[in-house]
Each structure stands twice: as structure tokens, then as C-alpha cells.
Design a protein around this ligand. Structure first.
Ligand SMILES: Cc1cc2nc3c(=O)[nH]c(=O)nc-3n(C[C@H](O)[C@H](O)[C@H](O)COP(=O)(O)O)c2cc1C
Length: 167
């Protein structure tokens, strides 16, 4: 694994997100991963920050509210396509996604949450801020398009402590 700066991978991330990435969280000895398609990469508080959005209904939401970290793993080819389909439609409440999809967690020194070995670009993030969406502050257009069922997002800001790519 080689370490990179976020600016070296920002374009890849933006192009790759619509195809999905795996958000992995470990908290209180519970481990889960889910597919995400929305995230923001940038600079806040003079830190590199990756922000992810997790709806309240997700099992991942139960874990991430108590967690101090998360990771996001991308695959630049099609090798994680099937895993992303499963991890984006099945819940960790019902199945062990690591077992079901043949995914391998890799633990790092900096945070508790592992990344997924089968990916090839990984963001290791320490959570520095969490908030929940306030519907009354949201534009009507977005509310009607994405939140008809009132399943709003928790928003998690991770300080990117490491960006790792497969060599
Ligand atoms: C391509 C794709 C992108 C997704 N992006 C998100 C997302 O950004 N946030 C979210 O809350 N759910 C997203 N989902 C849905 C979750 O991955 C899905 O509900 C998953 O089963 C939740 O798993 P969990 O209950 O184990 O947390 C996405 C699903 C797919 C297929």
C-alpha cells in the first residue's frame, strides 16, 4: 500500500462515487459495511475531511453514531460490483456481509474501523463531527426528491488520517 494526499485522488473519488464505495464501521465489537454513493471530500478546520451520509434506517447508522471512525474503500475495476450490490441492498442486521461477500477487513493503527482488502483506494477517517439533518432547514426540492419517507441522513465528518492505494 502506498500513502497519497487527498488532492491526488479527488477526481477519482468524484468519478467513482456514482458506481459506489464501501463504508465500513466498527463500533463496540460490531463490524459492518454498506454501499454509499454520496460523500464530500474537502478541507474544513484546516483538515482534510471526508463527509458521508447515512440514513437513520441503516444498521450502519446504529454503529456509526457510537463510533470514533469509519473507512471508505473504492474499487477502480468491476471486482467489487457484486459485493456492492449485496452491501447496498442487504442489511448487516440480517447477514454477515464480510462472510457473504468474501470481504477481508484490514486493521490499521490509527483507528478502530478496518478497510476492505479487496478494494484498491481507501480513506481512513477519524470522526470529528456528527450531525443529523434538520428537515425544516432543507430545500423543498431536495425534501420532495429524496426524503418523502422521512428517512433522513445522519452526517459524519471524518478527518482523513490516511489515503491508501494498492501499488
Ligand atoms: C449504489 C448505492 C449507493 C448507496 N448510497 C447510500 C448512501 O450514500 N447513504 C445511505 O444511507 N444509503 C446508501 N445506499 C443504501 C445502503 O447501502 C443500503 O440500504 C444498505 O443495505 C444498508 O445496509 P445496513 O443496514 O447494513 O447499514 C446505497 C445503495 C446503493 C446500491
Amino acid at each position: 500500500m502506498k500513502e497519497l494526499h487527498i488532492a491526488q485522488v479527488s477526481e477519482k473519488v468524484i468519478n467513482q462515487l456514482p458506481k459506489g464505495a464501501l463504508l465500513t464501521v466498527k463500533s463496540n465489537d460490531k463490524l459492518n459495511t454498506m454501499t454509499i454513493g454520496w460523500a464530500a471530500l474537502g478541507r474544513i478546520w484546516n483538515k482534510p475531511i471526508l463527509t458521508v451520509l447515512v440514513r437513520f434506517s441503516r444498521y450502519t447508522h446504529e454503529l456509526i453514531t457510537d463510533a470514533d471512525s469509519f473507512t471508505v474503500s473504492f474499487s477502480m475495476d468491476e471486482s467489487l460490483k457484486q459485493a456492492m450490490n449485496i452491501c447496498g441492498t442487504k442489511s448487516g442486521r440480517d447477514i454477515d456481509k464480510f462472510k457473504e461477500c468474501g470481504l477481508t477487513p484490514v486493521y490499521v493503527d490509527e483507528v478502530e474501523s478496518p478497510y476492505i482488502a479487496e478494494g484498491d483506494l481507501h480513506f481512513i477517517c477519524k470522526i470529528v463531527y456528527k450531525n443529523t439533518m434538520e428537515p425544516e432547514l432543507l430545500s423543498e426540492e431536495i425534501k420532495n426528491r429524496w426524503y418523502k419517507d422521512n428517512d433522513y441522513h445522519g452526517i459524519y465528518y471524518g478527518e482523513v488520517v490516511k489515503v491508501l492505494v494498492k501499488e
